[in-house]
Every structure is written in structure tokens, then in C-alpha cells.
Design a protein around this ligand. Structure first.
Ligand code: NAD
Length: 309
């Protein structure tokens, strides 16, 4: 049967790639309701969707920060039938906490956290009634492990993880599936926007040493990390597998390279192991970091062998 998939934030990046991938499904299993806040930005999606436009893909307006806009969009779908909700819309933010305004943090949470809450609130009652549905959420590996100068962004993803982990048990009772997708770095506009904003940060709000660490250690390092990031199409492919799976996992990391990033945390309940590793990594005492990473890779490979055999 053909399923209605509503995706938020489809004007660029992962949302755009996923909308197109699902709309071009060879088996035509999906009707994609690709939503975006600003319809003036529809051109890229229209071009990428090509033949699929207005056949297996429709573009609608939806701002995750407005309950009215969400309601209007969902009401416009026949029977309000959203079989799969993909909460993808999100904002990024980096920089020293002292330089960030409370109002910019609230905007971030309004999108990354309350945006998710608004969407889930709108479709959950219908899904409960139908006793079926799948809620797919774009989290991040930073939803599990914090990262230097990503304080508030990471907190917003932790919030999303807590929300979904709590809801998931209830969802099970109603036969509703929930999945958190956790990409590592992905090269999208997100990254470009984040660096653009970072260049505008008034670093006089922070002391010299902090400003120095941000500009001369963090920025070059994270730019390097992004060059080995995934393409949005890869994340879309992973997400599609989760959507089409009969038994989708609650959490899915899209990039195996980043497994050790989280494994450090899982290996040490005190939390000191990852803190120590990130400290050493950031301040260039890489020897011990590499050793612990190597050990973890070895353990993971062993574990994989156990799983395979
Ligand atoms: P992106 O900036 O290309 O896409 C985000 C989309 O969300 C944009 O189209 C933007 O217009 C939209 N959006 C923002 N506010 C909105 C609102 N109020 N209503 C509706 N749409 C809104 O970046 P992306 O990388 O494709 O990000 C998609 C998701 O993936 C985000 O939730 C992000 O946190 C997550 N993610 C990204 C990365 C990465 O490195 N790029 C890594 C892990 C997770």
C-alpha cells in the first residue's frame, strides 16, 4: 500500500534529499508531502524531484514554529492521514556560550525541540486512533554526546532524545513506531550557515583565551571534520531503509566512523573517559586519545565478528 510521508524542512539538505529519494522509489510506495517554511525556496526541490512533482511528491508550506501553520498543512491532507512523519527541520549554532544571547538560544529550541513537539502533538492522536504510524526524528550524534562549543545545539538534541525515549514506550502500546536518526557531520547548507553565523560572532563577549580556542582550535578542527562528512543523499538512503524496515530500530547512526564517538560514553558511566578524550583531542595531546580510540575500534570489530558469526 502507498504511504503518506510528511517531511519538514525540505528546501535543502537532508530533507530535500529524503523527499526526492522517497518520491523516486522504484516501487512507488510513497506519497511525499514535502514541506518547507518558505515556499519561495521550492525551486531546488522542484528541480531535483523532476517527473515526480505532483505525482508522488507535493510541496506544502509548514513552519514548525507555528501551530497554526502545522494544523493547516495536516488538515489539507485527505483524512489527515500521515503514515510516516519525518521531523527533519532544524537549526545549528556554535560558539562560546558567553557570546550567545538567550533569545537566540530560545529560537534554536523553538525550532529543534518545540518544533518536534508541535509536529508530534499534531499527528500522534490520529496515529493512536489508527493504531499505526511511524515517527522518524532527525537527531544527531550530538544528541548523545556533547561537543565543545556546540553546547546549546547539543542540548536541543538531547532534549529531543529524552522526549522520544519517553514517548516511545507509549507509542509501542498503540503500534506506533519511533526512530531517531543520528547522523555525524553532513555537508549541507546547515554547515555553511553555522560557519557564516560563527564568523559574525562578537567574540569580545568572551575572554581572549576562549576566543582563541574557538577561532584557532575549534573552527579549523571542525572544518576538517566536515570534509569527511556524509552527503545528504547518504543520510536519506539510511533514513529510507529505516522507513521501509518492518522492525525499525529506535536509534540509528548513519555513519559507522562515529560509533567510537558514542562508545566512549557508553564504556564509562562516570563520563570521565569521553571528557578526557575530548580534552586531549582539543588541546592536541592526541596520543592517549588515539590509543583509546584504537582500543574501542578493536572492541567494536570483535563485537561485529560476534554478531556476524
Ligand atoms: P539544512 O539547513 O540544509 O536543512 C534544515 C532545514 O530546516 C532547512 O531547509 C530550513 O529551512 C528548515 N527549517 C528551519 N527552521 C524551520 C522552521 N521553523 N520550519 C520549517 N523548516 C525550518 O541542514 P540539514 O543538515 O539538512 O539539517 C536537517 C536536520 O539534520 C536538522 O535537524 C539537523 O539538526 C540535523 N543534523 C544535521 C547534521 C549536519 O551536519 N548537517 C548532522 C546531524 C544532524
Amino acid at each position: 500500500s502507498c504511504r503518506n510521508v510528511l517531511i519538514t524542512g525540505c528546501s535543502s539538505g537532508i530533507g530535500l534529499a529524503l523527499a526526492v529519494r522517497l518520491a523516486k522509489d522504484e516501487l512507488k510506495r510513497f506519497k511525499v508531502i514535502a514541506t518547507m517554511r518558505n515556499l519561495e525556496k521550492r525551486k531546488g526541490l522542484e528541480e531535483a524531484a523532476g517527473e515526480a512533482m505532483n505525482k508522488t511528491l507535493e510541496i506544502r508550506e509548514l513552519d514548525v514554529c507555528s501551530e497554526e501553520s502545522i494544523k493547516e498543512c495536516v488538515n489539507s491532507i485527505p483524512g489527515r492521514q500521515v503514515d510516516v512523519l519525518v521531523n527533519n527541520a532544524g537549526l545549528g549554532m556554535i560558539g562560546p556560550l558567553e557570546t550567545q544571547s538567550i533569545s537566540s538560544m530560545k529560537t534554536l529550541f523553538d525550532t529543534n525541540f518545540f518544533g518536534q513537539v508541535r509536529m508530534i502533538k499534531e499527528v500522534l492522536p490520529d496515529m493512536k486512533q489508527r493504531k499505526c504510524g511511524h515517527i522518524v526524528v532527525m537527531s544527531s550524534i550530538l544528541g548523545v554526546q556533547g561537543l565543545l562549543f556546540n553546547d546549546v545545539y547539543s542540548a536541543s538534541k538531547f532534549a529531543v532524545e529524552g522526549l522520544c525515549e519517553s514517548l516511545a514506550v507509549q507509542a509501542m502500546k498503540f503500534n506506533i513506531k519511533m526512530s531517531l536518526i543520528q547522523p555525524g557531520p553532513v555537508t549541507t547548507e546547515f554547515e555553511a550557515k553555522v560557519y557564516e553565523d560563527a564568523a559574525k560572532i562578537d567574540l569580545s563577549g568572551a575572554d581572549e583565551e576562549t576566543a582563541e580556542i574557538f577561532q584557532h582550535i575549534y573552527i579549523p578542527y571542525s572544518e576538517k571534520i566536515f570534509t569527511i562528512g556524509q552527503r545528504p543523499e547518504e543520510v536519506a538512503e539510511h533514513t529510507m531503509k529505516i522507513i521501509t524496515s518492518n522492525n525499525p530500530p529506535f536509534r540509528h547512526q548513519t555513519n559507522r566512523l562515529y560509533a567510537p564517538f558514542i562508545a566512549l560514553k557508553q564504556a564509562d558511566p562516570s563520563g570521565n573517559l569521553p571528557l578526557d578524550a575530548f580534552y586531549r583531542l582539543t588541546f592536541r595531546q592526541k596520543r592517549i586519545f588515539n590509543a583509546s580510540l584504537g582500543l574501542l575500534r578493536l572492541l567494536l570489530r570483535r563485537k561485529q565478528k560476534d554478531v556476524d558469526s
